[in-house]
Design a protein around this ligand. Sequence first.
Ligand code: SF4
Length: 402
Amino acid sequence: MVFSRPNTKQQQLSPESFEGAAGIYVHIPFCQTKCPYCSFVSYQDVNANIKNRYMRALRQQARDMSKHPWSRARKFHSLYIGGGTPPTVDMSAMADFVTACLDGFDFTAGSPRAPEITMEANPNTVNKTMLEKSIEAGINRLSIGVQSFSDAMLKGIGRKHSAQDGIQAVKYARGAGFTNISFDLMFGLPGQDLESWKKSLEMAVELAPEHLSVYELTIEESTPFADQVRQGRLNLPDEDATLSMFELAQEILSARGYAQYEISNYALKGFQCRHNINYWENGSYIGLGSGAVSCFSGVRIQSEEDPQRFINMIKMQQKPFKEAEFLPLYARFRESVIMGLRMTKGVSISLLEKQYGVTPQKYYGETLESLLKQKLLEEKDNRLRLTKKGLLLANRAMVQLV
Ligand code: SF4
């Protein structure tokens, strides 16, 4: 089955157009069920009343934050609604929230083009009404948590949707007018072999999304999967097998015109995710909602995670923050290097020196020399970046630069 890609004029803006601009991340902490590998802030079985009150609180927080002097002095390039599963809330309330953001913040960075407004969705939450309301609200990018096109794999990781739901979701999204669709796919799943992974990748490219995020399953502490690993009950592929899966993704996706622009992310020309690039470039962003993180002016703020407490704090006109951390200059430098190296273009040595007064060579000394010698990193045209081998073994390199 082949779905043709619609003709679209959407283009990615050059990063320079966004200098000094910021992004907004919005957290919707509700899911239909909790996946056994998930460590995100998300709650299942939350009633509609709490969700509606949450959306009202979120709208209020957006209004309050848009009046903050920091926000008033800034232009914004992207709004990313993640979770959790955003479409589990009432979509009219979601539309009101997006409107409050568009009214309150100056989204003209990169003007005259529209800001990138992404919403995450799971295949079984995508339906015509939800999509039409999303488009009306101004959402112009849909990130679908497909994860796999194998029903056996989906069942093994506790997902409540089928491969067919994923295919149907794309059809509906195209029908509603979405011209910028991303898929999340996962590899290294219990019982997965290279053949099964190949089929998922091939199905994904047949559906022709503009963007793909391809992640290895990671076992996070305090999840049911972590318990199963400890008890030896999870049949995970070994390291060699997952490395082969990573390479197979590179091979199949590049052959179909998807450029790998970050370790786990691939896009057709002009469809790199602006919001995520801002994050990897260590740019500023505001986090709205419970469990969201904000990072600007050298300060990282973690919001209250519990949605009920978040609602109450907003109601009582308190800042819904749990903790704030001032990041010393060199900590920011290291973050900029580590996050920036995730992108295939790497980091600009002269820009780092301009921002932090030190180059990676001076700061890391022999550690960096050794990574260059091992051919995990390379220096070219005043940029430092992971080699092909380094992309494969990124963790090995990063752990030495933290
Ligand atoms: S749908 Fe996503 S956020 Fe929700 S429980 Fe599953 S992995 Fe976590």
